[in-house]
Ligand binder design. Structure first.
Ligand SMILES: Cc1cc2nc3c(=O)[nH]c(=O)nc-3n(C[C@H](O)[C@H](O)[C@H](O)COP(=O)(O)OP(=O)(O)OC[C@H]3O[C@@H](n4cnc5c(N)ncnc54)[C@H](O)[C@@H]3O)c2cc1C
Length: 421
């Protein structure tokens, strides 16, 4: 592979139409590049739980012009509670600890965010659904991409924004096992009827090595069910939904509270999602004309709560650096990685701790936590503790500083941005 050519890149193939992919497409189009997004799913995937946008990512969304729409679709959470086996409330968690109503934290359903980004870009950007990259062949001037459909096309650059199980990473960098570190737990999310009648409220039930949560957000008639459980890596194919549903049922059969009913809904869910809580750790995020973005490059597991923010910030920085370097990927990819990596590593470190907290193994540790949940809101230092939690989260959310690429005001311009780092 030869990647020393200094000609300005114009055409960019992005694999993955979730968060990172459409966000990058928006910025690239604004800077005068021609992005194409290929998504393996036949249509936009709108499943998933609520995701947080905090710190640097809020300003990035403002600059993308989507912040107001994100806020209009806020989950508007009031709070949550832990319940025991019989459904009795053990203790309540106020919204200022949860974050749904805190000014410096915007919370939206993942699927809504994906839809907003897609709607903002679909008229200016070519989207190809139901296809996937089968092979990449790079030469001095570009990359020849063969798609699974048999189509063959040329692009100047290829970006893998295709998530934890990135196809682009596998093709350009080698097998997933080399880069993915399973953190010892799985997460499953799916939509189900709101039979608990929750209104912008989250109900948790903790068991040894497991956590179940039912949740309903603003404007939703249905509820989201979330299951987290400790497990060594499962042998099934990450795309085999039947095997995933079986794994969930096997793990939770025999457990109490509402779990049997929730498992029944899992069987019927058409947006069922289950994946390993993992980190992606790589020495470099680019190779020649191919670069990785979002979870494909540096998944911090859903536990970090920063995966979506980092994907949005990464898209902003990658596009900004490409524009600033006049399309010279050899310069832009290095700057993009240098800027993002320290903040990414800080968030990944936090994620490891969060996974352990979500899957506390022993009954007495759960009992201790329930004692704290029950007593904390009555203590005089509750605000101090809430502040400490918020400060830690904000520090992580601001770990990647904002670079000020003064973007051209209007789209469809090829002007380079001025940079004031
Ligand atoms: C359906 C779904 C539900 C999710 N639910 C949650 C959640 O509830 N909470 C949470 O914290 N995180 C969730 N995530 C992950 C979250 O979206 C990411 O951690 C974060 O937003 C970073 O996004 P990303 O765009 O880098 O990767 P992802 O959001 O993982 O997106 C990757 C995209 O690439 C596509 N793709 C995969 N393989 C290929 C291929 N071969 N060719 C083309 N496209 C491909 C996928 O279909 C997907 O659209 C979910 C992801 C998905 C896809």
């Amino acid at each position: 592979m030869n990647s020393t050519s200094k000609t300005a890149a114009k055409t960019v193939l992005i694999s993955g139409a979730s968060i990172a992919g459409p966000a990058l497409a928006l910025w690239l189009h604004r800077y005068g590049f021609t992005p194409t997004v290929v998504e393996r799913a036949p249509e936009l995937r709108t499943g998933g739980y609520k995701v947080d946008i905090r710190g640097t990512a809020i300003e990035v969304c403002r600059r993308m012009g989507v912040l107001d729409e994100i806020r209009a679709h806020s989950t508007d959470m009031r709070g949550g509670s832990y319940v025991d086996d019989a459904g009795r409330t053990i203790g309540e968690l106020p919204a200022d600890i949860f974050g749904g109503r805190v000014e410096e934290d915007d919370e939206i359903m993942r699927g809504e965010l994906a839809r907003i980004l897609y709607d903002r870009t679909r008229e200016d950007v070519e989207y190809v659904f139901g296809d996937s990259i089968a092979a990449l062949a790079e030469d001095a001037d570009g990359v020849t991409v063969t798609f699974e459909s048999g189509t063959v096309r040329r692009f100047d650059l290829v970006v893998g924004a295709d998530g934890l199980h990135s196809n682009t990473r596998r093709l350009a960098f080698g097998p997933e096992e080399r880069y993915k570190r399973h953190l010892g737990a799985y997460i499953s999310i799916f939509t189900a009827p709101n039979h608990l009648g929750l209104d912008r409220w989250e109900t948790y039930h903790a068991l040894p090595g497991k956590l179940v949560c039912v949740y309903s957000s603003s404007g939703e008639t249905d509820a989201k069910n979330l299951f987290v459980f400790s497990s060594p890596e499962l042998a099934h194919d990450p795309r085999d939904v039947t095997a995933q549903k079986r794994a969930l049922t096997d793990t939770f059969t025999g457990d109490g509270w509402e779990i049997p009913r929730l498992l029944g809904h899992a069987a019927e869910a058409d947006d069922f999602y289950l994946d390993s809580m993992s980190l992606v750790e790589m020495d470099s995020w680019s190779r020649g004309r191919v670069v990785l973005l979002g979870d494909a490059a540096h998944c911090a597991s859903p536990a970090s709560g920063q995966g979506t923010g980092l994907a949005l910030i990464g898209a902003y920085v990658l596009a900004g650096e490409l524009a600033r370097a006049g399309g010279d990927h050899t310069v832009a990819f290095a700057r993009y990685e240098r800027h993002l990596r320290p903040g990414v590593e800080q968030n990944q470190k936090m994620a490891e701790g969060f996974v352990k907290e979500m899957t506390v193994a022993s009954k007495w540790k759960i009992a201790l936590r329930m004692f704290m949940v029950r007593t904390l809101p009555k203590t005089p230092w509750k605000n101090l503790i809430a502040k400490k939690i918020r400060d830690d989260i904000q520090a992580a959310a601001n770990a990647v500083p904002l670079v000020d690429y003064t973007a051209p005001a209007a789209a469809r311009t090829t002007a380079r941005p001025t940079v004031t780092a």
